[in-house]
Each structure stands twice: as C-alpha cells, then as structure tokens.
Design a protein around this ligand. Structure first.
Ligand code: UN1
Length: 544
C-alpha cells in the first residue's frame, strides 16, 4: 500500500504520449490516505474535451466495495477529527488555501485542460476555492454556540454546534474545484469526515486537489476520494444511506437526480443539501443602460459556454426596446471568439465540458426547435464545414458549439421551462413590468435571476416579487461571491445553502445543553416564580 504523500505525480506518469507532450497519469482512489485501484481493476480514461487526442489519465472505476471501504475509513477517522479543536481544523484549512495559492497556476492549467474552461475562468474558480479556505480558516476560531438564560435560578443553558458524521460529497464537473471546496471545507471545519465522489469528467483535477488537502496536514481518512462514472460510484454512495453508513449527502447536479437523492435521504431522515438546475431569467426594462444590459446578458448566456447552473436561460426584454436591444445583442453574439484558451488568446469560451455534455446540449437544441421557437443564430456543433467567423483552431480536435439565440419564445413552449446546459439563450418579449416579472417567475426553477433597470421602484418590486435564491440588479445572473449564501428555491434545490456562514447549518446540528447547579430538581415551566400583576386604583380614562 502506498500513502498519497509518498509519491509525486511524476512517478505515476505512464507515457507522455499526448499531442501536447503532457503526461498521462495513473490515477487512484484515496482511501484512509492510501492510494487504491478499483477492487476489480476496472478503469476509465479522462480526456481533454478541447483536444480529444489528449488523454489526461486513467482512473479507477470504483465498485460498491471500494465505496464501502471509503465510508469505513471516514467512519474510523470521525471521532478523533470531531474531537480536534475547531481552531486547529481551521488552521489545516488555512494551509489548504495557502497551498492552493502556491500551486494556483498549475491547478488552473490542469482544470482548463481537463474540462475546456478558459484559463481566465479557471483562475477565477480556483480563487473561489482559495477564498472559501480563507473564510473558513477563521470560522474555525468562531463556530459559535450561545449561552442562554434559564428561567430557573442556578441553572445554565448552552448551545453547541456538533458535526453530523460521514458526509457523501457529489459534485458536477462544471465547477470542479470551487464546488467541492464549498462543500468539504465547511464540512470538515464542523468536524465531519467525507467521502468525495469525483465528477467523471474531472478525475485528475479532483485527484490533485485531494492531494493538496493531504499535504495541508489533514489526518488520513478525513477526506476520501473515489472516482467513477455515471450510475456507478455515485449511486453506491447514495445507496449506502439506506444501510445507515452516511449521515449527510451534499449534491450538485440535475434536478432529476437531486429528487432521487432527496427521496432516499428523506426516508432515512438523513440531511441532504441539493443544489440543482436553473432556468435563470434576466429582465431588461426600458430605463436600463442598454450597453451594460447587452454585456451582462451576453456574459450570463455564453460565458463558460453557458455551462453554469447560474447561466442565463430566459432573456426577457421589454417590447419598447426589443428591436434595438436585439440588434446590439446579435452584433456581439456574431463576433464571439471561441477556441481552446490554452492555445488561443482572448476567447470568450472553449469546448463543452465533455462529449456527454455536448450530446445533451444538442438534444436541448432539438427541443427548442420542436417547441416552435425561432433560431436566429447557431448551427449546433462547430465543424470544419460550419464554424462561426471567430472560431479559432481546428474544429474536429475538440467538442465546440456555436452560440445559439432563439426568439419568439413564449410561456407555453417546453424550451421556456427546461434548463439547457450550454451556449443558448431563449428570448421572450414582455409587454410591461408585471408581465416581465410574471415570466421571470413562470419556470419551474428558482436559482438565480437578474434585472437591468434604472427605475428604483422597479428594481425593488423585482427584488421582492421574484422567487429565486439569488438576484442581480444591473448585473448578470452568474458570479456569486464565496461568502454569500448560494442556492435556490422551487426546482432548484431543497432550501439548503452553500457558502458563507449559512452553509454551517448544513453540516452541523444544534445541541442544547442545560446544567443544573442548584443541587435539586427544578421543573421547567412548573417551578418558575410567578410574578403577579400589582393593579393600582388608577383611572386611566381621567388622563386622556
Ligand atoms: C455552478 O454552476 O454550479 O455564481 C456554480 C456562479 C459561480 C458558481 C456557479 N460562482 O456563477
């Protein structure tokens, strides 16, 4: 058995057979600090979606037994980690943040290579992971409970935050460094231990991040990593809830899978955090600064190739500025620079996250077409024969998509209601503010939302009338900061939040303690001194 820290990535290299000379890594699960292959030896390969010949590595396709071993390691590590003073846990988290800063450039490049996100966006995301570490480093020195006054003399009341136990962590590959840190950093700060199922399209990045976590001084078994695909390891982790092996599931992904996890957790009374899909609306009103509105709606729709859960879905434009806005918007969309940011500068977006995301996205376009919406820009997958004017590079090397715009979208269409993960915006015309607000609330989701207006009352009415977890005023739908509560309502989640102090509720429970010092049994409610009202003979009427 080899400990994760006894070996560098260099020694795991199999052959530098990739077109860019990058090594192909032999990746492992990390269970109780040890490097492990799948119990049945099976593996899968991680590929660069921007350059499909570039294979990043081979990873274990974890079996049920592997997942159970990881859960056992997390269970074994739990008591002593929970008993470690919270400020010490915070210090280790601070070390993670400093190590991430030190290796930021390499991590950023690795992330861009594995999921095709631009270097600029990967740098922003890794910064979000660093910010999370720095925030929770000092939270380890707080993790406050309360002292509460008793209704009885010589008795003290206290509240404490207690850890839940073993947490199963499942994240998507679109934010493969920030989101697992959003989950695991507060989880371990509260004293929990974790089994992390890496996203199937970002196993190497996850492996590197888990290594950094171990270098920071975290004890073996506190963070365990298992790789896997589709309904394999992730499903085994969720199924273990039925066997009482998991105390918390934290999941970011589709609404369908989230509901399934919620059902399993619900029947076992196990807490779950669910961050699910969104069909995020952005409203543009006549008083808006149109330049800013165009920039915000463009970034929200096409940044990250539209693959954020906060990406723009329905762009709702007031009819009086519709034509002008659309002209300005399309001028921008038509000049979009697309390509592999590791080889071309200043691209807005790169490849899709993987072939699987590309396939699902094309199905989403079919749904828009079948809905009767009018496609005014975009031709699906970028190929040698069909590429937008500012596509850089060779189309067949990776999985790239055109930016797409649909107009004449109405509330009765399926594409108005369904999330489509990728570079597409569906534009809806609104008659007035009330209609715009109605449209913004009409999808089954409630994650992010935004309005461009310079009318303060309109902004206020939007803020109070929208049903969403997050709202931007004169801003895009994306770009939440690491210390504000992140999450949604309706089909976007179960009300739990990530980030900031609010996430602590998701990874701890309140423990109320009373300490009876009087030397006798005092009964709450019953032995409490009753103070009588002393009524004086005052005629209050005469004072009026
Ligand atoms: C996600 O897409 O799952 O607010 C997370 C944002 C990012 C996080 C997105 N900070 O867009």
């Amino acid at each position: 058995m080899v400990h994760i820290l006894e070996t560098g990535f260099e020694s795991m290299e199999t052959s530098p057979q990739n077109p860019n000379g990058s090594p192909k890594i032999r990746g492992y699960n990390i269970i109780g600090g040890q490097l492990k292959l799948a119990s049945d030896g099976s593996t899968f390969v991680s590929t660069n979606p921007a350059w499909l010949e570039d294979e990043l590595g081979e990873f274990p396709l974890s079996t049920k037994e592997d997942v159970r071993d990881a859960l056992a390691a997390a269970r074994t590590a739990f008591p002593s980690w929970a008993a470690t003073p919270a400020p010490t846990r915070g210090q280790i988290i601070g070390n993670m943040g400093r190590l991430l800063m030190e290796h930021k450039d390499e991590i950023v490049r690795l992330q861009s290579r594995e999921i095709g996100k631009t270097l600029k966006e990967s740098a922003g995301e890794v910064q979000e992971a660093i910010d999370t570490c720095l925030f929770f480093q000092s939270e380890g020195r707080r993790l406050y409970g309360q002292t509460v006054n008793s209704e009885l003399p010589d008795k003290e009341l206290f509240t404490y935050r207690r850890p839940l136990g073993v947490c199963g962590i499942i994240n998507a590959c679109n934010f493969p460094s920030a989101v697992p840190f959003w989950k695991m950093i507060p989880a371990i700060m509260c004293g929990n231990t974790c089994v992390w199922k890496s996203p199937q399209d970002a196993p190497l990045l996850s492996f590197a991040l888990a290594r950094i976590m171990h270098e920071s001084g975290i004890p073996d078994g506190v963070i365990n990593l298992v790789h896997g695909k589709g309904s394999g390891a992730g499903q085994h982790l969720v199924d273990a809830v039925d066997d009482g092996l998991v105390n918390k599931i934290s999941f970011t992904g589709s609404t369908g899978v989230g509901k399934m996890i919620g059902e399993i957790c619900g029947r076992n009374l196990v807490s779950c955090s669910l961050e699910l899909g969104g069909k995020n609306p952005l409203v543009i009103m006549p008083s808006a600064n149109l330049e800013n509105a165009v920039t915000g709606a463009y970034w929200a729709g096409f940044g990250t190739a539209g693959q954020r859960c906060t990406s723009l879905g329905n762009l709702i434009v007031h009819e009086s500025i519709y034509d002008k806005f659309l002209e300005m918007y399309m001028n921008k969309v038509r000049t979009t620079k697309i390509g592999d940011s590791m080889r071309h500068e200043d691209v807005l977006y790169g490849s899709m996250l993987s072939e699987k995301y590309a396939k699902d996205f094309l199905k989403g376009l079919d749904m828009c077409d079948a809905s009767g919406a009018k496609r005014i820009h975009g031709e699906g997958r970028i190929t040698e024969a069909s590429a937008p004017e500012n596509f850089l590079g060779s189309a067949n090397e990776g999985v790239y998509m055109w930016p797409h715009v649909y107009v004449d979208v109405t509330e009765d269409m399926e594409c108005f209601h369904e999330e489509i993960f990728g570079p597409v915006v569906t534009i809806v015309k609104a008659k007035d503010f009330d209609h715009a607000l109605h449209l913004a609330n009409a999808s089954p989701y409630g994650l992010s939302s935004a309005i461009y207006t310079n009318d303060r009352l309109e902004a206020y009415r939007f803020k109070t009338g929208i049903k969403a977890g997050m709202t931007g005023i004169n801003n895009s739908t994306t770009g939440a900061e690491a210390h504000l509560p992140f999450g949604g309502v309706k089909g976007s989640g179960n009300g739990t939040r990530e980030s900031g102090i609010w996430v602590i509720e998701a990874y701890s429970y309140w423990h109320a303690v009373n300490d009876e010092l009087s030397g006798k049994l005092q009964l709450a409610q019953m032995d409490v001194d009753e103070i009588e009202i002393e009524e004086a003979e005052v005629d209050y009427g005469s004072l009026a």
